[in-house]
Design a protein around this ligand. Structure first.
Ligand SMILES: Nc1ncnc2c1ncn2[C@@H]1O[C@H](COP(=O)(O)OP(=O)(O)O)[C@@H](O)[C@H]1O
Ligand SMILES: [Mg+2]
Length: 448
């Protein structure tokens, strides 16, 4: 939003007043045009009628040079003027009329209306003639009198509005102030909240326009609450998980300290080092997971999943050999996908490591990468004990481990696997291996 968008109240006020003023000006313009038209028609009709009267009575005028000026009968009389000519000679005129015909004679006499300048003022003049054409009559009216009537009409429409506008402004200001009161109330409620208070905002009397906002706010509060809760649990779980290896390290160190026999001391120290390795692995997994959760999607490059999986298998082969297991790899064509190489390595390593770790000696572990219909498939299967359905669905919950395997681990591997699969938009499926009888993990993703 614009930094200078100002208050809602100010904007609404300006909008309403602006619209009202525009409408009102448009109405005034329409009234002006209409009134002018009607006024012109009416006054022109008067001029024409007056001229007709003069033409009719012209026979009675005496051609007395001294009596041609008619008396002025009203104070408005200077605004109207008339002239009667008989055979080209001025027979009668109003006191303010000039001696010359108001419409100067050109080649021909034209009956009808014309606007002319007489002594610097504009006049509307109607010219008429008698049946014989010997009588010519001019009746004129100052046009300024028409415009002053129009102005009077316009003034009378404008002034009530001029008075009403400030009152309207006041009314609108008050109405908007009342209207946005729930917004102010919401603002106060939120400002007064304690940071740890994530209860939904309750505003039953909120206007319907605010409902979606409050709804969204409450959903957000809910999400933050869930997030905080899971963070809290994660911290507690992580601390608990770290405490176990540290306690073991301490116990072994104490044994080593009290041991006099060299071989026994060596053994205790060896266990101490193993405990340290376990703790280190746990911390590394924790770091990987927290980095994954904090970061946006990593930059994707083209990765050959086949080559990558092969490298991981080669890395784990010694461990499989130590357990007398068979670790197989199958996949002969490049299987390119968009991804982050380091993360994909972590993913495959966790899966193969699990298969080797949780399968007994002499077991078989098979890693398979292939391309099919524009998709890359990766599967890791083993002939180990597998997992019960109820446990399989829990894979990915932090620190979830099946007890009794006798193996050490953090229970974070699958959280990491799921996270990486998510950022790569991979489909993940865990089931009982049809081929080897143990656990099978299948994943597939778009190839490029
Ligand atoms: N291939 C597998 N066969 C049998 N059990 C498995 C297999 N993979 C994982 N599990 C079980 O799932 C649990 C969670 O695995 P994981 O998230 O990788 O944590 P970790 O390996 O650190 O214990 C393991 O503790 C194990 O009990
Ligand atoms: Mg694991």
């Amino acid at each position: 939003m614009n930094k200078h968008s100002g208050s809602l109240q100010g904007r609404l006020l300006a909008l309403v007043l602006g619209v009202v003023t525009m409408v009102w000006l448009a109405v005034a313009a329409a009234i002006w045009l209409d009134a002018r038209h009607e006024l012109d028609e009416l006054l022109d009709a008067h001029l024409a009628q007056a001229a007709a009267l003069l033409v009719m009575q012209s026979g009675q005028f005496e051609h007395d040079e001294h009596g041609i000026d008619a008396p002025s009968l009203h104070r408005y009389a200077p605004k109207v003027a008339f002239q009667v000519f008989h055979e080209g000679r001025l027979a009668l005129r109003s006191a303010n009329a000039p001696a010359e015909p108001m419409i100067r004679r050109g080649t021909d006499f034209h009956a009808g209306f014309k606007t002319v300048q007489i002594e610097g003022a504009a006049w509307r003049v109607f010219a008429a003639y008698g049946a014989e054409r010997d009588i010519q009559v001019y009746v004129g009216e100052r046009t300024s009198s028409r415009s002053s009537i129009l102005w009077a009409v316009l003034r009378s429409t404008l002034w009530p509005m001029a008075v009403a506008l400030p009152l309207l402004a006041l009314a609108v200001w008050w109405a908007v102030f009342r209207g946005v009161a729930p917004l102010r109330r919401l603002g106060r409620t939120l400002a007064e909240r304690l940071p740890q208070d994530l209860q939904p905002v309750a505003m039953d009397d909120a206007p319907s326009e605010m409902r979606p906002m409050i709804g969204a706010l409450n959903i957000l509060f809910g999400r933050i609450g869930t997030l905080l809760e899971s963070e809290r649990r994660f911290t507690a779980d992580a601390a608990h998980e770290l405490r176990t290896p540290i306690a073991a390290i301490r116990a072994q160190a104490q044994v080593a300290l009290g041991e006099t026999d060299d071989a026994a001391r060596r053994h205790a120290l060896q266990s101490t080092i193993e405990g340290c390795d376990r703790a280190t692995r746990l911390v590394e997994q924790l770091l990987t997971l927290s980095r994954l959760e904090a970061a946006e999607a990593p930059p994707m490059t083209s990765v050959d999943l086949r080559a990558l999986a092969q490298a991981v298998v080669a890395e784990i082969v010694p461990k499989a050999i130590a357990k007398n297991q068979t670790l197989e790899f199958a996949g002969n064509e490049a299987c390119r996908m968009a991804g982050d190489e380091t993360l994909l390595m972590v993913l495959v390593r966790n899966l193969v490591d699990n298969a080797v770790r949780y399968s007994p000696s002499s077991a078989r572990v098979s890693v398979n990468v292939r391309r099919e219909n524009n998709r890359v498939h990766l599967s890791v299967e083993d002939s180990g004990p597998g997992m019960a359905e109820a446990d399989r669905v829990k894979l990915g919950e932090r620190f979830f481990r099946v007890t009794g395997s006798g193996e050490t681990g953090s229970g974070l591997g699958w959280s990491i696997v799921r996270r990486i699969a998510l950022v790569h938009k991979m489909d993940l499926q865990v089931e009982k291996s049809a081929k080897l009888g143990g656990l099978a993990v299948h994943m597939q993703v778009h190839s490029i």
